[in-house]
Design a protein around this ligand. Structure first.
Ligand code: GDP
Length: 181
């Protein structure tokens, strides 16, 4: 490749939403830094991490935003959602209430974004099988009904974390490249 040949580069914003303590920060730190915090105290204020993935020989960067505790005050701002191309909506498989709140989060997401946003429903903490309150089938059928991708993950033992983020990133890339062509 000659020096003046442009390297195609993409940068997409992805937001992580869901109730407090479902593991949003740990999913991001597991994906971006391969770290897990058993006693993380969320700092207030929005934070993001940028992660690069190579797709079709192109560098695709995802700027992944974490609410960093805003949801504790029911105050996830429209600025948080603005410009997002993808969203991970997270619940905790060991706390049924967090699954029941998924529809509230979906309504909020829908009110801030259009339907082209790539969405995944994520049932986190699947390592806690012994205290599971939401079956995998329930997660799957809700995702199907709402047109979302679905995955169960564990930020603790890394199950499906990379896969979940990268399915969303790949879907965004496919949507955008379809539009460009
Ligand atoms: P957030 O408020 O949604 O950002 O949640 P955090 O990432 O701060 O996690 C809340 C709590 O759940 C912390 O004590 C984490 O250690 C714990 N946690 C997060 N992900 C997992 C997981 O996959 N499995 C288990 N067992 N605990 C997790």
């Amino acid at each position: 490749m000659s020096d003046d040949e442009a390297v195609e580069e993409y940068l997409f914003k992805i937001v992580i939403i869901g109730d407090s303590a479902v593991g949003k920060s740990n999913l991001l730190s597991r994906y971006a830094r391969n770290e897990f915090n058993a006693h993380s105290k969320a700092t207030i204020g929005v934070e993001f991490q940028t992660q690069s993935v190579e797709i079709d020989g192109k560098e695709v960067k995802a700027q992944i935003w974490d609410t960093a505790g805003q949801e504790r005050f029911r105050a996830v701002t429209s600025a948080y959602y603005r410009g997002a191309f993808g969203a991970l909506l997270v619940y905790d498989i060991s706390r049924r209430a967090t699954f029941e709140n998924v529809s509230r989060w979906l309504d909020e997401l829908n009110s801030h974004s259009d339907t082209t946003v790539a969405r995944m429903l994520v049932g986190n903490k699947c390592d806690l099988e012994n205290i599971r309150e939401v079956s995998m089938e329930e997660g799957k059928s809700l995702a199907e009904a709402e047109g979302l991708f679905f995955m169960e993950t564990s930020a603790l033992d890394s199950t499906n974390v990379r896969t979940a983020f990268e399915i969303v990133i790949r879907e965004i890339y496919n949507n955008v490249s379809r539009k460009v062509l």
